[in-house]
Design a protein around this ligand. Structure first.
Ligand SMILES: C[S@@+](CC[C@H](N)C(=O)[O-])C[C@H]1O[C@@H](n2cnc3c(N)ncnc32)[C@H](O)[C@@H]1O
Ligand code: SF4
Ligand code: SF4
Length: 365
């Protein structure tokens, strides 16, 4: 039991190709849009169908560069109906619209109005807002939620108010989510600049009081005393499907998968980088030798860390949006298994009824 993965959420990096060059992205893994990828999508979908994740995050690279994406998502939706969330960079909203019959949420990455977005993402923010507003009626008619994801950095932190006001003026149904840039102790992170962070929270609270549909995902990170070595619980509930088809729970967990090792070796040969390799090997060994889960992590990512707060019994402003994908998708048997796991390894005071109520009330509407 200690080493099992519940597989509730899969994040699928569906392509390594991208048409932007954002400042904080990992460019060692991105290719140009015209790069020829050999990916056996039907085989990957068959593999995903074995796990039937409740939430499927489609990311990349840029997902809309995958020509057959609507067809693949139709297949997935018809096979096990997960909550499908596609993350899009705002360059191809006419393609994103073709996904609407098969998705539940479209997340559009946007870091500020006009030129502010250009600093982080090389794209005029006002143009993205305008195009987003134009697809809202279509999204509404398909029941698809549209959420702006803004990565907060030292460059855009003081522009969140104009982003919220401009975006919701153009499209009143839009919701906005604010994320800290990773790594949290890096040069462009506001978490190492106390005044900037304090100003950001003051502005956020003011806008929330005014009734704007906004969330932030900073408390999930700030619960850690240090970012160098954390305890991450959601790694036993999430899986990561790489473009190559290699499956792991996350960057900290080395899968027993030959495709994974070949790719790591290739990366090492081309970049000379093999981050945190000792921590990862130590972890693999501890999992092999012990029945206890090893929650340690030295490559903090904040991906599904909202789950950790729920396991610890801590409510966050972000839960109303994040829990929605699990709503109605967890059986009584699964709840009982989670209760046993969390009480034994994470939080003896875990309250299943409260956890259930947090998931059931999850709705961003
Ligand atoms: C990797 S992108 C892939 C999907 C698509 N290309 C896009 O940009 O929306 C997924 C999300 O991760 C965010 N992201 C990328 N690098 C990040 C970092 N270092 N810290 C926090 N978020 C990051 C992006 O802004 C985007 O919202
Ligand atoms: S658009 Fe997305 S994948 Fe491409 S560089 Fe930007 S964050 Fe990375
Ligand atoms: S925080 Fe670390 S252990 Fe948790 S999902 Fe991210 S990389 Fe994996």
């Amino acid at each position: 039991m200690g080493n099992r993965n519940f597989g509730w959420i899969v994040t699928w990096r569906i392509t390594d190709r991208c048409n932007l060059n954002c400042v904080y992205c990992d460019h060692t893994v991105n290719h140009r849009p015209d790069y020829k990828e050999k990916i056996n999508y039907p085989a990957i979908i068959d593999r995903l169908a074995q796990y039937k994740p409740k939430i499927l995050n489609i990311t990349g690279g840029e997902p809309t560069l995958v020509e057959e994406l609507p067809h693949y998502l139709e297949n997935i939706k018809k096979r096990w109906n997960p909550f499908v969330r596609v993350v899009h960079n705002g360059t191809n909203l006419s393609k994103a619209v073709t996904l609407f019959p098969w998705i539940d949420r479209l997340v559009i990455s946007l870091d500020g109005p006009g030129e502010i977005n250009r600093i982080n993402r090389g794209l005029d923010g006002d143009r993205v807002i305008e195009k987003t507003a134009s697809i809202m009626p279509d999204a509404k008619s398909h029941g698809v939620e549209v959420i702006i994801n803004c990565v907060v950095t030292t460059e855009n932190a003081s522009h969140i108010e104009s982003l919220v006001r401009n975006a919701t003026r153009a499209a009143p149904d839009l919701q906005l989510s604010f994320m800290p840039v990773m790594p949290p102790e890096g040069d462009i992170s506001i978490l190492v600049k106390k005044e900037l962070y304090a100003d950001f929270i003051t502005t956020f609270d003011k806008l929330q009081k005014e009734g704007f549909g906004i969330i932030h995902v900073f408390d999930t990170i700030l619960r850690h005393e240090t970012f160098k070595k954390i305890s991450c619980y959601n790694q036993f509930f999430t899986l990561r499907m790489e473009t190559s088809g290699a499956l792991s729970s996350c960057a900290m967990n080395v899968p027993a998968d030959p495709v994974f090792f070949v790719n790591k070796l290739k990366r090492f040969l081309t970049t000379g980088k093999l981050p945190n390799v000792f921590d990862r090997v130590k972890k693999m060994t501890s999992h092999a030798l012990s029945d206890k889960p090893d929650f340690s992590c030295s490559t903090i990512c904040n991906c599904e860390s909202w789950l950790d707060l729920l396991f610890l019994g801590i409510e966050s402003n972000c839960h109303r949006i994040y829990t929605e994908g699990l709503q109605g998708r967890i059986s009584e048997e699964e709840y009982a298994e989670v209760e046993q796991f969390v009480k034994k390894y994470i939080n003896p005071q875990f309250n299943l009824q409260w956890f259930k109520s947090m998931i059931d009330r999850g709705t961003s509407k």
